[in-house]
Each structure stands twice: as C-alpha cells, then as structure tokens.
Design a protein. Sequence first.
Length: 79
Amino acid sequence: MTTLTKQEERVLTYLQEHTEINPLSSWQHCGVYRLAAVIHKLKTKGYDILASRKTTLNRFNEHCSFATYSLGGTNERSS
C-alpha cells in the first residue's frame, strides 16, 4: 500500500468528512496552498477524485473561476 504524505492525509480526510474541497478551504482547513498538486498525487495513488469548475465574483466584482474536488464512487483505498 502506498503511504500518504501529511498533506495528502489532511486533504483526503477533509474530502471524506465534507462534500468537496476548493483552494480556499484547502488553505484554511488543511494548510495546503497547492491543492491541485496534492489532488494529482492522490489520483496517481489510485483515489477517485472528481473535479468541477465554479465561477463567482471576487471582491473587485470580477468573474473568476476555480476548481472544486470531490470523492468519486470508486475509492478502493482508505487513509
């Protein structure tokens, strides 16, 4: 079984306890700044993680989009 880094463990636990994770919640709750990199590593280790894009207005009233991630239905491994 492949071992997980501390950041991977925190992100995976957050995903298991919540519906989804995005870059802001990743930074605030997991201390992970580069969420996409951690998600990529988890995917290469066999975790089924789905990505979607959301769009919102930022504090300058400009449209911006970001990725959100959730667990898929076929996660064979557990933390």
